[in-house]
Design a protein around this ligand. Structure first.
Ligand code: AMP
Length: 487
């Protein structure tokens, strides 16, 4: 059974089961399948059969799922875009990907109303065809689109369904991440493939604490999928425990370091639940390694391991291209069916990061790591990529966009650290000519301009104006000295 068949069968087996909840909007499997078929019928008739991507721009509306499946069933990969992205970045993504269409929830609604899908020809994507394309921060200021094929996604889904043993047509999965972030692939396809209910949190629900905890209390979530940062935020609320969510039986993390205190806090507050840590970049389809974090693992390791590789993938530690001796630190390289075919329309970037090894696709992650006791440990980044509250950010991307502003001569961005993790971004800026107004007013102006180019989470919180940067001996801005200025 391929992934489309796996999902579609729920419209026969459990047509009335709720597939998606977002606020007060419910979508059952009958509706999801018939509406995505109707959309696929429309796209099949109106778009060329050329595998060009279809961008789907929205937030957590049910039409997002209809849009994703509708695009795939018409032979087109989708690009999930969240409304939090500024329009300029959306335009750059659409141009870079040469997307043939931009769908929004309203547009999807009107297209499926017009369409009778009784005779839909489903253009099943071949294993090597793209299923989705997720854009991540690129170091030059241009986002890059990671192409995930059906083969990649099925390799991931087969693994997690086998490992996690979800009860079919019984689970409710928490969807915290926006669909433009590949963490959401973990909850979305675990849920759809196992006949689960995907429970989406909207940004309004997340930003209002009282509403958030009330929503969680009513969610019936059994499988919690989020960044560790989000779980940490929830743990700050004393009533966040098994009384609030009695159904919770698994906390499943990916995307950034899982701190021991977050894992132990959850095990204490939810004694019947399991906690899992998984690791992987978007380029290797969400996650490649996993480990259950129980009291024994917590007692033994700090920092926590990120686990073992899924059975059909290899995760190696390389130093100068050669395997590192066990225990030694090197670059984490992932090989296997879950590794992307590359960045869309960027053969230059693709050939730098991807290669073939023993007939398998391999990806240099830029992450440092080592093995101990058979477990992989993540030792931080080897470059200027960071994770800020779960979001992947290339510092160079923020800098390039800041440097492009008219009054900015030069800019260096530094992550300000708290408890060993990035807490916010600070920008050191040299202005071309100082406009009138206080630092506060200039900062406000720069933030406003940046918000037209970058999503909110990439906008530095602090701005420090300098006449010049301290320099290293080889003439680069001395990032260490700048970081010291933040302490
Ligand atoms: P993304 O492509 O947004 O999922 O970001 C991938 C990057 O997040 C990886 O290359 C790592 O740097 C980091 N990452 C993912 N999972 C973990 C984890 N479990 N622990 C530490 N860092 C992680």
């Amino acid at each position: 059974m391929d992934l489309i068949e796996r999902i579609d069968r729920w419209s026969q087996l459990a047509p009335d089961r709720v597939a998606h909840i977002s606020g007060d909007q419910l979508l059952n499997y009958r509706e999801l399948i018939s509406r995505s078929n109707a959309l696929a019928a429309h796209l099949t008739q109106t778009l060329p059969n050329d595998h060009s991507p279809v961008a789907v721009l929205g937030h957590k509306e049910p039409e997002m799922l209809i849009g994703f499946l509708g695009a795939v069933k018409s032979g087109h990969p989708y690009i999930p875009l969240d409304t939090s992205l500024p329009s300029q970045r959306v335009e750059t993504i659409i141009e870079t990907a040469k997307a043939s269409l931009l769908l929004t929830p309203e547009k999807i609604q009107s297209l499926i109303k017009e369409k009778n899908a009784s005779k839909v020809e489903i253009r099943r994507p071949a294993l090597e065809n793209a299923w989705y394309i997720i854009f991540t921060s690129g170091s030059t200021g241009e986002p890059k689109g990671v192409v995930i094929t059906r083969g990649c996604l099925e390799s991931f889904v087969d693994w997690i369904l086998g490992e996690q043993n979800f009860a079919e047509a019984k689970e409710t999965f928490l969807n915290q991440a926006p669909f433009s972030f590949d963490l959401s692939v973990m909850d979305l396809y675990s849920s759809l493939a196992s006949g689960g209910t995907l429970f989406s949190l909207t940004k309004d629900q997340i930003s209002e604490p009282k509403l958030l905890y009330q929503t969680l209390a009513e969610s019936n979530v059994s499988v919690w999928v989020s960044t560790p940062s989000f779980a940490r935020l929830c743990l700050a609320e004393p009533t966040f425990n098994e009384k609030m969510i009695p159904t919770a039986r698994k906390f499943w993390f990916c995307g950034e370091t899982l701190a021991p205190e977050v894992a132990s806090g959850l095990l204490n507050r939810f004694p019947k639940a399991e906690v899992w840590n998984t690791y992987g970049p978007t380029e290797a389809t969400v996650a490649t390694t996993s480990i259950r974090i129980d009291q024994d693992v917590l007692a033994r390791y700090n920092p926590l391991p990120v686990g073992r590789a899924k059975p059909d993938s290899e995760v190696k530690i390389l130093v100068d291209g050669n395997p590192a001796p066990v225990g030694e630190r090197g670059e984490i390289v992932i090989a296997g069916k879950n590794v992307s075919i590359g960045y869309i329309h960027r053969p230059d970037l693709t050939s730098r990061a991807f290669y073939e090894v023993n007939g398998m696709r391999a990806y240099r992650t830029g992450d440092a790591g080592h093995y101990q006791d058979g477990f992989l440990f993540f030792d931080g980044r080897m470059d200027f990529q960071i994770k800020l509250h779960g979001y992947r950010i290339e510092i160079g991307d923020v800098e390039a966009n800041l440097q492009a502003l008219t009054i900015v001569q030069d800019a260096v961005v530094i992550p300000a650290m708290k408890n060993g993790q990035a807490d916010h971004l600070a920008a050191f800026v040299i202005l071309k000519a100082r406009p009138s107004g206080s630092d506060f007013q200039i900062t406000r102006g720069l933030k406003r301009e940046l918000s037209e180019r970058l999503p909110d989470y990439m906008i530095p919180r602090k701005f420090i104006f300098l006449e010049g940067f301290p320099m290293t001996t080889n003439g680069k801005a001395d990032r260490r000295k700048l970081a010291e200025m933040l302490q």
